[in-house]
Design a protein around this ligand. Structure first.
Ligand code: S3P
Length: 450
C-alpha cells in the first residue's frame, strides 16, 4: 500500500542521456524544524522554500493542533504564528504524523515539557519504528509515554507539568533523538545538556541559535556537548529553506550512471553534516563538481554538476561518515552496482530502523535485479557490475519507503532491462515532484499498467 492511498506501481526504462537543470525542493529536515520552531516562538515566522511533501504537511497540521496558526501563502511560502515556548495547547484529536519519523519524534520532544497530553500515530511504516529512543530521555524531564509493545505507535505522551532539565548522552547516532531532547529542554528551567559521540545533522542547533536561544557547543573527548539554556523567549524569524541534498542525490546519481548525462542541480544545501554522499561519490571517481559555492540562510550552498562517470570504482565507505549520508545509502547502493568492484558500507545499523529496513530492501531488490549483495546486521557489500552492467528486469518492493522507490527507479534508467517498483506513492512524502523533474531531464518512467 502507498502511504496515503492505493499502490502506484511504476516502471523505469533505460533512457538516452539525462540533461538539463534539476530544481529540487526544499530540505525536509529544515522544513520540519522551521514549522516547529516557528510554532514555539511568539509572533510571525515567514518561511520560503518550504518542502511541501506529505511529511512536512503533516507536521504543519500537527502544529495547528497544538495551537499555532500555520498559513499557506503561496508555493513554498508559509507563515507560522507561534504560541511561544511552553504555550502549546492540548490537541483535540490524535496527531497523525503519516510516514515521518522526524515529525513524530521532534514533536514529541517539543510537547513533552508542557502540561498537555497528546496521542500520536502514523502509517504502517511509522507504526513499526522504535519510539523508545525518544521517550526514554523525555521521561528524564518528567514526561510519561504509553505506547504499544516495544515502544511503538500509537502512543500517548503526557507532558511534564514541572519539567527538570537533563544531561543526556545519545546512545545511537540520531539527530532526531538529539533534537527531541533539545526541543524538550526549551521549556525546562536551567541548562539541558546533550552529548553526541558522533556528530549528526546540526540543523536544530543552527536554527535554535537563529531564533535567539542560548546554546553552547563544544567538541570534547566525550563527543559534541550541546548546552541549551531553558525557557528562552524565541524570536520569530524569516527562513529561506535551502534545497535538499538528500533529494538532489537522486538526479545526481542517475546522471552518474546514465550514459552521456550532464545535469546541473542548483542551490543545494551542503552542510557538512549532510554532504557525505558527495565526498563518497568523488572518491569512487564520479565526475561531480561544486559550482558557485555560497551561504544562504546560515547554511552553505552550491550548484552541483554531475556527468556520466563510466570509470567509477567501488570503495570502502568510512563508517564514521555514516551519519552525514545516512539517508543516501540506498541510492549509493545503486551507484555501487554500476561501479567496478565491491563497495563496502559498514557501521550502518541505523538503516535497519528507517522508513523500512533499508539494508534488507536494497539487498533484496538489487539481488532480484541480478547483482551480488552481501549483508550483515550493520553492513552491506554491493559487488559492482560496471557501467550498464546491471541486468534489471525485476519488480522491487518499496515497503512504504520513498527512498527505496526512488533508488530503484534510478537503477531502471541505466539497467539492461526495465525495473519496476511496486509502489511509487511514498515518494510524495519527501520529493513530490520527483517524477516530472526526472522526466524533464529525459527519464523514461511509466505508471505500470497505464
Ligand atoms: C533526520 C535525521 C535522520 C534521517 C532522517 C531525518 C532529521 O534520522 O534519517 O531522514 O531531520 O533529524 P536519525 O536522526 O534517526 O538518524
Amino acid at each position: 500500500m502507498s502511504a496515503h492511498g492505493d499502490p502506484i506501481p511504476m516502471i523505469a526504462r533505460r533512457t538516452g542521456p539525462l540533461n538539463g537543470i534539476a530544481d529540487v525542493p526544499g530540505d525536509k529536515s529544515i522544513s520540519h524544524r522551521a514549522l516547529i520552531l516557528g510554532a514555539l516562538s511568539v509572533g510571525e515566522t515567514r518561511i520560503t522554500g518550504l518542502l511541501e511533501g506529505q511529511d512536512v504537511l503533516d507536521t504543519g497540521r500537527a502544529m495547528r493542533a497544538f495551537g499555532a496558526e500555520v498559513l499557506h501563502l503561496g508555493p513554498g511560502e508559509w507563515l507560522v504564528n507561534g504560541v511561544g515556548v511552553g504555550g502549546f495547547a492540548e490537541p483535540g484529536d490524535v496527531i497523525d504524523c503519516g510516514n515521518s519519523g522526524t515529525g513524530v519524534r521532534l514533536i514529541m520532544g517539543a510537547m513533552a515539557t508542557s502540561p498537555v497530553t497528546a496521542t500520536f500515530t502514523g502509517d504502517a511504516s511509522l507504526r513499526k519504528r522504535p519510539m523508545g529512543r525518544v521517550t526514554d530521555p523525555l521521561a528524564l524531564f518528567g514526561a510519561a509515554a504509553y505506547g504499544r509493545t516495544g515502544g511503538r505507535l500509537p502512543m500517548t505522551v503526557v507532558g511534564a507539568a514541572d519539567p527538570v532539565p537533563v544531561r543526556y548522552a545519545v546512545p545511537v547516532p540520531s539527530a532526531q533523538v538529539k533534537s527531541a531532547v533539545l526541543l524538550a529542554g526549551l521549556n525546562a528551567p536551567g541548562e539541558t545538556v546533550v552529548i553526541e559521540r558522533e556528530p549528526t545533522r546540526d540543523h536544530t542547533e543552527r536554527m535554535l541559535a537563529g531564533f535567539g536561544a542560548t546554546l553552547g557547543i563544544e567538541d570534547t573527548e566525550e563527543g559534541r556537548v550541546i548546552a541549551l539554556t531553558g525557557q528562552p523567549e524565541l524570536r520569530p524569524q524569516t527562513i529561506a529553506v535551502p534545497r535538499d541534498p538528500s533529494s538532489a542525490a537522486f538526479p545526481v546519481c542517475a546522471a552518474l550512471i546514465v550514459e552521456g548525462s550532464d545535469v546541473l542541480v542548483p542551490g543545494i544545501g551542503l552542510n557538512p553534516t549532510r554532504a557525505g554522499l558527495f565526498d563518497t561519490l568523488r572518491e569512487m571517481g564520479a565526475d561531480l563538481s561544486y559550482e558557485n559555492p555560497r551561504e544562504e540562510g546560515g547554511e552553505p550552498v552550491a550548484d552541483l554538476r554531475a556527468r556520466f562517470s563510466p570509470a567509477m570504482r567501488g570503495i570502502e565507505v568510512p563508517p564514521e561518515r555514516a551519519p552525514s549520508m545516512i539517508d543516501e545509502y540506498p541510492i549509493l547502493a545503486v551507484v555501487a552496482a554500476f561501479a567496478e568492484g565491491p563497495t563496502t558500507m559498514r557501521g550502518v545499523r541505523e538503516l535497519r530502523v528507517k522508513e523500512s529496513d533499508r539494508i534488507a530492501a536494497m539487498a533484496d531488490g538489487l539481488t532480484a535485479c541480478g547483482a551480488r549483495v552481501e549483508t550483515g546486521e550493520d553492513w552491506m557489500v554491493v559487488h559492482g557490475m560496471g557501467p550498464g552492467g546491471l541486468p534489471g528486469g525485476a519488480t522491487c518492493a518499496t515497503h512504504l519507503d520513498h527512498r527505496i522507490a526512488m533508488s530503484f527507479l534510478c537503477a531502471g534508467l541505466a539497467a539492461r532491462n526495465p525495473v519496476t517498483v511496486d509502489d511509487a506513492g511514498p515518494i510524495a512524502t519527501s520529493f513530490p515532484v520527483f517524477e516530472p523533474l526526472m522526466e524533464k531531464l529525459g527519464a523514461a518512467f511509466a505508471r505500470a499498467g497505464a
